[in-house]
Design a protein around this ligand. Sequence first.
Ligand SMILES: [Zn+2]
Ligand SMILES: [Zn+2]
Length: 356
Amino acid sequence: MKGYVFHGPGQAAWEDVPDPDVQEPTDAVVRVDTVTICGTDLHILKGDVPEVRPGTILGHEAVGEVVEVGADVRTVRPGDRVLVSCITSCGRCRFCREGMYGQCRGGGGWILGHLVDGTQAEYVRVPFADLSVHPLPASVTNEDAVLLADIFPTAYEVGVLNGRVRPGDTVAVVGAGPVGLAAIATARLFAPERVIAVDLAPARLEAARKLGAEAVADAREAPEQLVADLTGGLGADVVVEAVGVPETFELCTRMVRPGGHVANVGVHGRPATLHLEDLWIKNVTITTGLVDTHSTPTLLRMAAAGRLPASQLVTHTFPLERMEEAYDVFAHAAETGALKVVLGGPQREVVPVTGP
Ligand SMILES: [Zn+2]
Ligand SMILES: [Zn+2]
């Protein structure tokens, strides 16, 4: 089969690789029909995630059809259409038993396209299949579903739920990339008074408005002043950081009201300053997190009911074999206007899996 293989910083290619097969009785092999590229994949390509070994197939989000299962798999069978989650779960370790699957110590967690071969390929082996794939209702399209593998649960759990968004809140979302936009869409499920989006790119602020942000602010033009003006000088009840640089994190801590929440979602590569000289007296809660995907079944039900605008974030689609071009478009989002780039179609032609 073909897969998108990482060969070290700055080097990756869509090339021939061996077909995956069931190695453990809890594995499933899934034929990948639809897959997407995550900002994290770009971090890997830059060399920011050194534990990814050269030779690893990238990707941790997919929709496809189960083609083979191990003897211990109970919840899916060959022929089932499933969502492959970015997080796999052993189901047995302390963290899994507390629903904190992202921190799994039993061989799961974020492993696809990280510690084991991922989803940007024609087939993928999914460990712990019972707890790591989700059967899909027929009414959820592949494009909607694939955004529920990572960015929607990430934005919802790490941004909206950790931030404790409540009805009537003012919610500020800093960074209107895919995860920020998903945070705007899922914050709105709680009927906030308003959502304010902050970004540098006019196209992304426009997308934020389409997804329901009532106000938008250019990050260079004192967005904390706009938030203060809209809230009688108090600040936002909840601020979601969806960028991952020190400047935006520090901006979030200036925009939050006393007693409010700052929910960090951004992937940070550098230290940020925590201004305790201002914050110590403000009763502010700051949360961090990796997604657990405990909300994926809920989000799938909402997508099936037409209550999640997931595929609105898809700006570009490509056939699977144009992976390299898709990476190029996604990596140059400022010029291409890319939000989410989706590869594959509704259903690929069925080719029987070969190999042992
Ligand atoms: Zn991701
Ligand atoms: Zn576990």
